[in-house]
Design a protein around this ligand. Structure first.
Ligand code: ZN
Length: 335
C-alpha cells in the first residue's frame, strides 16, 4: 500500500528575482525554451542546452502536474505554451528541492496551482539556501557583499531589495512560492486520469529532495543528487559535501523504481537505469582512485594528474569539472 502523509501549511504571495549557483539567471532567451514529449503524457521542459535547467510535467484530463518552475520568465512561457498546445493549466507544482535555481518563478502558476514539497523545504526556505551557504564564511546567516561570488555577486544589488548591503534569506528566497502541501516520506497525487508518486530520498545534495515517479509512463525525475552522462560540479558546492555513501542511498530511491526513462534537472540528456548506475560508479570510482593516491602519499596536484577518470571522458563537462570533482574528493578524505 502506498503511504500518504501530508500537511497543509501557510501560503504567502511573493515574487522577485533571485540568485543561483548554476548559471540560470542570465540564461538563454525564450526562443531556446523547450517543451517536448518524453513518453505517454509526460513532457520535459526547460531552458535548453547542455546545462539548461530542466523540469517535467504530466498532462492529465484535469490539468497539469508540474515539477520545478525553474524561473519566472520560463514559467510565463510554459504557462502560455500549455494553454496553446493543450488548452490546460498547472494544478500542482512539486518542487525537487529548495535551491532557487530550480524552485523560482512559481508565482506565475499561483492562480491555479497547489505548491508541494518535502517538509524540510519549508524549514530551508527560512534560511540561506544550502547552495549559497558556503559563501557565508562568517556564519552570521546573511551574505555580505564581500562574501558574495559568481551569480550572487552579479545580481547582488537586485536581490538586496531593502538596500541594506547584505542578502537575507527572505531576499534570496523571495522568488520561491511557499508550500501549501508538505509530506514526510511519500505522497501520491492523483489528478483526473493521471498520477504521480512523490518520494523523499535520503539527504544528499540537500535534505529536502523529492523524486517524482510517473508509474503509467514509467518515467522518473530526479534533480542534482544524480546526473546522466554529465559530471557533477564537485563534492562541496554543487554536491554540498555529503559523502559518497549518502549519494548511493539517495540514488537507491531511484533505482528501486520500475522506470524506463529518467529525466535529470540539468541538460536535455535523458537516460535509463543503467545510466543512473553509471553515475554511482563514477562517484565510487573517484572516491577509490583518490583514496589510492592519498595512500601512496601523493599531493593534491599529483592526484589531479593521476585520477583522470578516462571512462567518463565523453560525459558533458568532463573537461571543466573533472579537476573540481577530484579536488573536492581529495579534501573530503584529507580534512
Ligand atoms: Zn540543487
Amino acid at each position: 500500500m502506498f503511504f500518504v502523509m501530508a500537511a497543509l501549511v501557510g501560503c504567502n504571495s511573493q515574487n522577485a528575482e533571485t540568485t543561483s549557483t548554476e548559471p540560470a539567471a542570465d540564461g538563454p532567451p525564450a526562443a531556446q525554451f523547450v517543451l517536448e514529449n518524453v513518453s505517454g503524457n509526460v513532457y520535459r521542459a526547460g531552458l535548453g542546452g547542455g546545462g539548461g535547467h530542466t523540469t517535467v510535467l504530466l498532462v492529465t484530463s484535469e490539468g497539469v502536474i508540474l515539477a520545478d518552475p525553474i524561473r519566472a520568465d520560463f514559467a510565463e512561457w510554459l504557462k502560455a505554451e500549455l494553454r496553446e498546445r493543450f488548452g490546460t493549466e498547472v494544478k500542482y507544482v512539486i518542487y525537487s528541492h529548495h535551491h532557487p535555481d530550480h524552485a523560482s518563478g512559481g508565482a506565475v502558476f499561483a492562480d491555479s496551482a497547489i505548491f508541494v514539497g518535502h517538509e524540510n523545504m519549508s524549514v530551508n526556505l527560512a534560511n540561506i539556501p544550502s547552495n549559497s551557504a558556503p559563501m557565508d564564511t562568517d556564519g552570521n546567516g546573511v551574505i555580505e557583499k564581500s562574501e558574495a561570488a559568481g551569480g550572487t555577486l552579479n545580481s547582488f544589488d537586485q536581490v538586496d531589495t531593502n538596500q541594506n548591503g547584505v542578502l537575507e534569506a527572505a531576499e534570496i528566497n523571495a522568488s520561491i512560492r511557499p508550500l501549501n502541501l508538505t509530506y514526510q516520506d511519500q505522497l501520491l497525487i492523483t489528478l483526473g486520469d493521471g498520477e504521480v508518486e512523490v518520494r523523499h530520498s535520503p539527504p544528499a545534495h540537500s535534505d529536502d529532495m523529492s523524486v517524482l515517479y510517473f508509474p503509467e509512463d514509467k518515467v522518473v525525475f530526479a534533480v542534482d543528487f544524480l546526473q546522466i552522462n554529465r559530471l557533477p560540479g564537485g563534492l562541496t558546492g554543487f554536491l554540498s559535501g555529503y559523502p559518497v555513501s549518502s549519494y548511493e542511498a539517495a540514488i537507491e530511491t531511484v533505482t528501486a523504481l520500475d522506470f524506463e526513462i529518467i529525466v535529470q534537472g540539468h541538460s536535455e540528456l535523458v537516460g535509463s537505469k543503467a545510466d543512473v548506475e553509471a553515475f554511482s560508479a563514477l562517484l565510487r570510482t573517484t572516491e577509490t582512485e583518490v583514496a589510492k593516491a592519498i595512500a601512496a602519499g601523493q599531493s593534491l596536484d599529483q592526484t589531479l594528474e593521476a585520477v583522470m577518470l578516462p571512462d567518463y571522458a565523453d560525459w558533458l563537462l568532463y573537461n571543466t569539472r573533472r579537476e573540481a570533482l577530484v579536488a573536492d574528493m581529495y579534501r573530503f578524505q584529507t580534512e
